[in-house]
Design a protein around this ligand. Structure first.
Ligand SMILES: *Cc1c(COP(=O)(O)O)cnc(C)c1O
Length: 374
């Protein structure tokens, strides 16, 4: 082991480094957009939306204010009615459930399966005569087994709205996350795989009618002109942010590749370690193409491991402050989801981002192995 591996500072995410990597290009984009005075619903947004459609293989894409608005708008555009129940996995960000509430629905949490994603086998249990929709969450850059979820949706006549906030470019059987349901949504929060310099989100659909609904909802009820047709919100992706995203989308293939490479390195070094459970590897299953928004593991003596890594300069986090959505008392859920609850006693995330070097990953792995006495 080379000597520069003896001590490192590896924050969980390094916003400054991420900016500096593209500093010249970003400043040039700022200058260009600001000189044109092009801020709201301008050509850079239209171009980004068109490129997003091409990339995903979907008919319509809309930039909106953030990933949470994207979900609310998607649910409303698809026709969610007040009191409709929507099934979602409790292993997700509170935003998934919050959006259901703000769209007038009732969020109903379900458990996770062995892959830590929404468990298709737990859906039937939660279905009532008020259930209207399923919200699969394409978590950590992986797409759920959409065949199994679609089968339940078809059987019960439910629509699907995907929360693909963490999964731009992830695929199941060759089809992109976000393009399975009536609508799919993305987040461009700075730490997401495709991130802007603030808040941003996207909604996609193949349905022309849903597309019109999204267009009106994000812009005060306006469709293609100044006429107000319905009640709407103000949730438009800034043109400047769209320009920054469009620029990064051009090299997105190599971004996904690099993250998969890092996942393969973790797998190579930690795969045999009995004390940890790793996420599925990049080449484990030909049905899945994962983009590794996060690298979430389960670990024995998790809290001690995190402390040990911290002392050695390595930042880790436990997703969403360490609780599943249904475990936040203030939200009023009264349900027991054993697999999700057990998972949250053991889960944590290792650094996974574009500024990690191979040596950084090696250093992280060597410290984890050392912690377990290997
Ligand atoms: C980030 C995220 C959201 C919310 O996106 P924002 O852009 O922060 O509003 C929703 N769901 C999941 C799973 C997320 O990770």
């Amino acid at each position: 082991m080379s000597s520069d591996l003896s001590c490192r500072e590896i924050p969980f995410f390094n916003y400054r480094k991420a900016f500096v990597h593209y500093e010249e290009e970003f400043v040039e984009i700022f200058r260009d957009v600001l000189h044109r005075g092009a801020y709201i619903l301008q050509k850079d947004l239209e171009e980004f939306e068109a490129h997003l459609c091409d990339f995903l293989g979907v008919k319509h894409a809309f930039g909106v204010g953030n990933g949470t608005d994207a979900l609310t708008i998607g649910l409303l555009a698809v026709g969610l009615q007040p009191g409709d129940e929507v099934l979602f996995p409790s292993h997700t960000m509170v935003a998934s459930a919050g959006a259901i509430v703000y769209a007038g629905g009732v969020p109903v949490p379900v458990d996770i399966g062995p892959d830590h994603m929404m468990d298709p086998a737990d859906l039937e249990r939660a279905i009532t005569d008020r259930t209207r929709a399923i919200m699969p969450v394409q978590l950590n850059g992986r797409t759920c087994n959409m065949d199994a979820i679609q089968a339940v949706a078809d059987k019960h006549g439910l629509f699907i709205v995907e929360d693909a906030a963490q999964a731009l470019g992830s695929r199941f059987k060759g089809k992109c996350a976000g393009t399975f349901g009536a609508a799919g949504t993305f987040s461009f929060y700075p730490a997401k795989v495709l991130g802007c310099l603030g808040d941003g989100g996207g909604v996609v659909t193949n349905d022309d009618h849903v597309a019109d609904g999204i267009r009106m909802l994000r812009d005060h009820g306006r469709l293609h002109d100044a006429e107000i047709r319905t009640w709407g919100m103000n949730s438009r992706l800034d043109n400047l942010q769209a320009a920054l995203l469009d620029f990064q989308l051009r090299t997105y293939e190599s971004t996904m590749q690099r993250r998969r490479e890092i996942a393969a390195m973790y797998e190579e070094r930690l795969g045999d370690l009995a004390e940890v459970v790793l996420p599925p590897g990049p080449n484990d299953d030909p049905n899945h193409y994962d983009v590794y928004q996060n690298y979430e593991i389960e670990a024995e003596r998790r809290d001690e491991l995190r402390e040990f890594l911290k002392v050695n300069g390595i930042g880790t986090i436990i997703q969403w402050s360490g609780k599943a959505v249904h475990q936040w008392r203030g939200l009023g859920f009264d349900v027991h989801l054993p697999k999700t609850e057990a998972f949250f006693t053991r889960c944590m995330m290792l650094p996974m981002n574009m500024v990690l070097s191979d040596d950084d990953v090696e250093y992280i792995c060597s410290k984890i192995l050392a912690f377990y006495g290997k």
